[in-house]
Design a protein around this ligand. Sequence first.
Ligand SMILES: C[S@@+](CC[C@H](N)C(=O)[O-])C[C@H]1O[C@@H](n2cnc3c(N)ncnc32)[C@H](O)[C@@H]1O
Length: 230
Amino acid sequence: MDYQDKNLKYTNAEKYDKRSENSILEKYVLGLWQPFLNKIISNLSINNMVVDLGCGTGEYLLSAKKAKKIYAVDISEPMLEICHEKLKDFNQAEIIKMSVLDFGLTAADLIITIGVWEYINPEKLFKKIKEITRRGSKVIVVFPNIYNDLNLVRSIFRMKRIALRPGFIKKLFKADFELLESASFGMVSWVPKKLQFLTLPVWKFCDWLWLPFQNFLPLGVNVYYLFERE
Ligand SMILES: C[S@@+](CC[C@H](N)C(=O)[O-])C[C@H]1O[C@@H](n2cnc3c(N)ncnc32)[C@H](O)[C@@H]1O
């Protein structure tokens, strides 16, 4: 299957935005990741030109209110319909329906790539990021971590790649970008939905315990990197 075929899954945009309502696991993970990323995006977007590649319903762009200009790029019409609604008061936002690989603008100050690396050939996505950045541009990279138990089990059962190796992403960026910061948390594991309330305290404990070591061996459900173009 070509990487680009995988986005077909995202036709139910409303369900995507409500994914934490019926799942303890999703609620825990989003409760950790969304505030963390919102804060970073809010700080880095001030007076800057921001490009969100694979913006989905635009949830994270809501934190970029103070950006000078926003380009929200996604290939999915249903996701962008909700994005339009969410960003209706953002006069500086342009919502563009196209593959991120066809996006042609250059010299962005901040590129956001959250939850899109597993849908697109990472080498091609990186090449595109190189094209649209200049010296000093920052890139937020968030992807599912293959070293996390849940991602590993899902990958094995579905027999397809749904998560990436942190070392692989770091290597892609190494020659042209400096790694400014990194993080990984949400140490969830595969558990049947009905039993997740039992494992929630265990996940929380593991997150607390492993936090100082996440930079050496990331075991969280996602990995976050902030790169700067050299
Ligand atoms: C998991 S969602 C993430 C959405 C958003 N970044 C977030 O974190 O809420 C992945 C998104 O990537 C988009 N996508 C996948 N392949 C794409 C491509 N080739 N070009 C543009 N968008 C793509 C999908 O349509 C979907 O909206």
